[in-house]
Design a protein around this ligand. Structure first.
Ligand code: APR
Length: 256
């Protein structure tokens, strides 16, 4: 299927869909200047992912705060790109039920999306490993810099951790349950900017497919689910999604 017809086909699928859900990954934020993890310039090509397991955090929290701190600062300055705004527009016109995101950058919220399920937590805040007190991230980063990259909880003296899910750490129960419910009840899942290498996020499209949903994958590189998808577009999300939303709005306007 050539590019134009694939884009048109995804637009048709969304128009006909009763419930469309999007699963997004780091690839949707690269056009906002945030590197992804496994793409050609991915973060895991520069930082050893073993640095961001919950075990390594417990042993060397300062290392986490030192190496990761500047990433959080650049994340906080990042702005949504056309792909984020396109999904927010889809939600606004009633054609997107929810976004299940693996991203911690908060850019879907910044773009105006409301129903966003953050599977891997968020970088807006830090959490005390002892008493679960929540602290805004900018406050935690200031404390980290003032205290040799070891921010401590003001309530109990426990160590603060960014409220993002590290490798080998359980995912937030409520987020998982909501994501599973959305995946089981949608009739179309848009899979955008993810290599589908990390579970349980990567289960969601398979669960949707199992329940009879259609799959549309928009990703720069091939993914393990390409063969079972109804349509695959290997292109930039920021280029494809605005065109899809434009086609949908034009068709809905003509039909009204
Ligand atoms: N448009 C579309 N796809 C893109 C774009 C873009 N502009 N930029 C990059 N991509 C693709 C890359 O080709 C890659 O296949 O997005 C995918 C991003 O994959 P990963 O870097 O593996 O990111 P993700 O799938 O979100 O990783 C999942 O792994 O490291 C953990 O917790 C981390 O949430 C992350 C999880």
């Amino acid at each position: 299927m050539v590019f134009e017809s694939s884009v048109r086909y995804v637009a048709e699928m969304i128009i006909e869909s009763k419930k469309t859900v999007a699963l997004t990954g780091a690839g949707i934020s690269t056009e906002s200047g945030i590197p992804d993890f496994r793409g050609p310039e991915g973060l895991w090509k520069k930082i050893d992912p073993r640095l961001v397991t919950i075990q390594s955090f417990r042993m060397f929290p300062e290392v986490f705060w030192y190496f990761i701190a500047e990433r959080f600062e650049s994340l906080m300055k990042a702005q949504p790109n056309k792909a984020h705004y396109a999904l927010a527009e889809l939600e606004k016109i009633g054609k997107l039920s929810s976004i299940i995101t693996q991203n911690v950058d908060g850019l879907h919220f910044k773009a105006g999306s409301k129903n966003v399920i953050e599977l891997h937590g968020n970088m807006r805040e830090a959490i005390c490993m002892n008493c679960s007190t929540i602290v805004p991230m900018d406050e935690a980063l200031k404390m980290a810099k003032r205290n040799y990259y070891l921010p401590m909880c003001k309530s109990c003296g426990g160590i603060l951790k960014a409220n993002v899910i590290l490798f080998n750490e359980p995912l937030p129960k409520e987020a998982i349950e909501k994501a599973l419910c959305e995946s089981r009840t949608c009739d179309l899942m848009l899979v955008i900017g993810t290599s589908l290498q990390v579970y349980p996020a990567a289960y969601m499209p398979a669960i949707a497919k199992q329940r009879g949903a259609k799959l549309a994958i928009i990703n720069m590189e091939p993914t393990p689910l390409d063969d079972s998808a109804d349509v695959v577009i290997h292109a930039k999300a920021g280029e494809v999604l605005p065109v899809i939303v434009g086609i949908i709005k034009e068709k809905l306007m003509r039909a009204s």
